[in-house]
Each structure stands twice: as C-alpha cells, then as structure tokens.
Design a protein around this ligand. Structure first.
Ligand SMILES: CC(C)(COP(=O)(O)OP(=O)(O)OC[C@H]1O[C@@H](n2cnc3c(N)ncnc32)[C@H](O)[C@@H]1OP(=O)(O)O)[C@@H](O)C(=O)NCCC(=O)NCCS
Length: 264
C-alpha cells in the first residue's frame, strides 16, 4: 500500500482539482484557477502520495455550525486505500476547529461506494432531492400573482430567511460573498415564502426553496431577469420537496439526477 498524507490545497493544486472533479459525475462547471484560488483552496484538502502526486481531494464549506462537504474524490488508481476516509477525517478535524458541530453532504442514491463511505463515518439520511433542468421558455405563459413580492435578500434579512427556509445559518452570507444572486419571495403578511441562490454563470439555483409548490414558478420568474443573455435554461436542486419537483416536471422540467442529503 502506498503511503499518503493530507494537506491544505494551494492555488497550484488547480490542475489536480480540474483532473479529479469530473469524477463526481455532476454537471457543475470546473472552477477557473482564479475562482479555485479565491473561493476553494483554503477549504480544500488534498491527499498526496510519496512523490507529491495528488491522489484525491475534498472541498468543504464551513458555515456557522455546519460544514458542508461539497466534493470528495479519489483518483481511480488510488481507490480503496483509505484516501477518502482520511480526507473526510481531516475535514472533520478542521471543521471542528472552526466551530462546526455537524457536517452534511449530498450523494446520488446509486453511488454505492460513496454511500458506504459516508455510512461508515456516521452520516444519516435527512431528505431526498432532485436536480432538474428548467427551460426559461416553460415560463412563457406564467404571470406571477401580484400579492407575492420578489426581492434580492438584504444582509439584514439573512437570519430570518435562513430560519424560514430551513437553510444553514451563514449560508446566505457565503453565497453573497461568492457573487450569487440571492432572491426571496414575500407574501402580503411579509412572511418569507421562497428563496433561491442563483449562479447565472452555471447557470443553476441551489438552494431553491418555496413554502408552496405553485410558488416555484413565481420564484423562477423572478430569477429570469438575472439569467445571462442567450442562456435558455437553468439547473435547479429541489431538496426534500417532492411535490415541488413533481409540479416542475409536470410543467416540462427535465430530470437530471436524484440526490440524498446526509448529515452527521
Ligand atoms: C467514493 C470515493 C470517494 C471513495 O474513495 P476511496 O478513497 O476509494 O474510499 P476509501 O478507500 O477511503 O474507503 C472507505 C470506505 O468506504 C467504503 N467504500 C469505498 N469504496 C467502496 C466501493 N467501491 N464499494 C463499497 N464500499 C466502498 C468502504 O466502506 C471503505 O472502507 P473499507 O475499505 O475499509 O471497506 C471514490 O470511489 C470516488 O472518488 N468516486 C468517484 C467520485 C464520487 O463519487 N465521490 C463522491 C460524491 S458524493
């Protein structure tokens, strides 16, 4: 068995990240070297072999009390040697040091290797999610009712929106810092009834949450003006709301894949 060690990534690890990230098999674009250096390297751990070669990496985002594990990948030639487990154990140590008390992540139900890995580390299922692709043209005949209002989330409203929409505390600040469009829906009683974090460059919205299924179309309508010219669709991750996923499928959304949200 080849020995390996785990260290924090630097900007120079972008090439290894770009080589390994596609192994995740998701649609997320590969971050540019600049974005990797600015937004990811500090909370990415890399497993390196004796010759310094990258064997795997894990990228996580510490929020106020939860660490969100975004990526875990081991190079195909280095699997089943404990690399991913060592990476995640190092993530746990680091996350605890920065004040996190729990961690969470998403996994595809069919990914038996990853599920076994996470189960062994104590993760448990919280809810199922679905990733869909929604064509903007599907909104053509949708006229949002006037009683709900869409706003960009002001930082002073972060806590209320995170509470109402069951987001992690600190999640919105993280999205804002990364330049995401943070949209919220409010009903006439000023109750928060929807929120989406939209990355027009992907293009994708995650999280995307609404209090009632029919509000999903109103929220999409509000995001549309932030889409890049020429983009004909956006990707959505609908978490723990099968009735919202069903409504959007009925309207013509295309299912990309299913996910499970785990927490430990
Ligand atoms: C999932 C993945 C990260 C596991 O990496 P790894 O370095 O091979 O995993 P480890 O060697 O640390 O395995 C730790 C435990 O996970 C489980 N496990 C890992 N691979 C497994 C497999 N192919 N089948 C069943 N269980 C597996 C086992 O319980 C293993 O413990 P054991 O070897 O003592 O039995 C790797 O297969 C991978 O990169 N896959 C593609 C990317 C991916 O799917 N990432 C996860 C996205 S959510």
């Amino acid at each position: 068995m080849t020995a390996f060690s785990v260290r924090t990534a630097t900007a120079a690890d972008h090439a290894a990240y770009a080589r390994l990230c596609p192994e995740l098999g998701v649609d997320d674009p590969i971050a540019t070297p600049e974005r990797f250096a600015a937004e990811m390297a500090e909370t990415t751990l890399v497993a390196v072999g004796e010759a310094g070669e990258a064997l795997g990496y894990s990228f996580y985002q510490p929020m106020q009390s939860t660490a969100y594990v975004r990526h875990v990948v081991t190079a195909p030639e280095a699997r089943r040697r404990g690399v991913a487990r060592a990476l995640l154990e190092a993530v746990a140590t680091r996350a605890r040091e920065s004040g996190c008390e729990s961690w969470c992540l998403n996994v595809e139900p069919k990914n038996a290797a990853a599920r076994a890995l996470y189960e062994g580390l104590g993760f448990e299922l919280v809810y199922h999610s679905q990733v869909q692709r929604f064509a903007w043209a599907l909104l053509e005949h949708h006229h949002p009712p006037l009683e709900e209002h869409a706003w960009l989330v002001d930082p002073s409203a972060d806590e209320a929106v995170e509470k109402a929409m069951r987001l992690e505390a600190g999640q919105l600040a993280l999205g804002r810092a990364a330049g995401r469009v943070l949209m919220m829906l409010e009903d006439p009683d000023k109750e928060v009834v929807g929120m989406a974090q939209f990355d027009p460059a992907f293009p994708g919205a995650y999280p995307f949450r609404v209090a009632r299924p029919e509000l999903a179309l109103d929220l999409l309508h509000a995001l549309r003006s932030h889409a890049r010219t020429g983009d004909s669709w956006l990707q959505l991750c609908i978490e723990g709301q099968p009735e919202v996923a069903a409504l959007l499928r009925e309207r013509g959304a295309e299912v990309r894949f299913d996910m499970m949200h785990l927490r430990g």
